[in-house]
Write a protein that binds this ligand. Sequence first.
Ligand SMILES: Nc1ncnc2c1ncn2[C@@H]1O[C@H](COP(=O)(O)OP(=O)(O)OP(=O)(O)O)[C@@H](O)[C@H]1O
Ligand SMILES: [Mg+2]
Length: 336
Amino acid sequence: MAQEDYILQVKNLSTWFKLDYGMLKAVNDVSFSLKRNQTLGIIGESGCGKSVTASSILRTVTTPGKIVGGQILYNDGKKEADLTKYKPDGAEIRSIRGNEISMIFQEPMASLAPVYTIGAQMMEEILVHTPKQQRDKKKAKETCIEMLKAVGMPDPEQKFNSYPHQLSGGQCQRAMIAIAMVNRPKILIADEPTTALDVTVQAQINDLMKSFQKQYNMSIIYITHDMGVIAEMADSIAVMYLGRVVESGSAVQIFKHPVHPYTRALLRSMPVLGHKTTEHLPAIEGNVPVPIDPPDNCGFCTRCLEKMEMCAHVVPQTIEIEPGHFVRCHKFNPAD
Ligand SMILES: Nc1ncnc2c1ncn2[C@@H]1O[C@H](COP(=O)(O)OP(=O)(O)OP(=O)(O)O)[C@@H](O)[C@H]1O
Ligand SMILES: [Mg+2]
């Protein structure tokens, strides 16, 4: 695939938190690519570094967190920029954030500002990204109402003047998508966007994102710990464990030919269609450790059923086992 087909390429990204009791390596040498107009699913258990990866891209990581290495190459179709080179809250990243790259979060209620109406929050997103001389409040309001309609908000004119606490959970999530979408971003990062919602609303929100993707030629990074949702949403997948991507590839490669023991375990723990959900699902044994001053090893070795001698004291390198399919496991490295 030609370089220009990728809208975002994350290369060897490391984001660490310097804590009093050690270095927490939340994101540790992470690489993945997002193709234009496609969806990349990032999956992994709680604490594996999914949200820190997202905030690294948007440059919203705050002290004691810091990007300590790697590149985040964003290609808007005209030119390529390395987002790690921008100042965390400088004009360059602010012109991209909420405009070209937007984000929606797991907890809509917590992410919306409680003291501003939905309309005020949408208007702010438009106006802050428009040069002063060109600001047109009437036109901006029309755009907001149109977007509220597009996300399926009932009574959009009335909801424009509502405060977040006056909306249901599903409506709040629609409002957050409307805010994120109002500038027609090229990339939408959705961080567990439906976890707090009931199943019917979850499906509606995911359908909405898919239809926006087609309509606006948008690329999506969809973060979740749910393999079922990934199966439905993603064209390609990155599996994270303890701050690292342990396997990545197309959705077909990951679902049909998973190779990393962790990916295989995740897939085994997925409910199978037609089986009763009350049946026992094989879970992954053990707990996820916290990567504070992690030893040089494979992070999964404490739980891996196929562990070898070297896994406990050598970091496996990422290798490409078939075109576009990458794995970080000693079992597959011919040099090991
Ligand atoms: N502001 C912070 N200060 C210190 N440590 C942090 C901070 N934010 C995240 N971490 C740590 O970084 C690691 C990765 O966290 P992250 O939030 O990215 O996980 P996650 O994969 O998004 O998990 P979840 O599925 O629960 O949302 C965790 O060990 C977490 O405790
Ligand atoms: Mg998270």
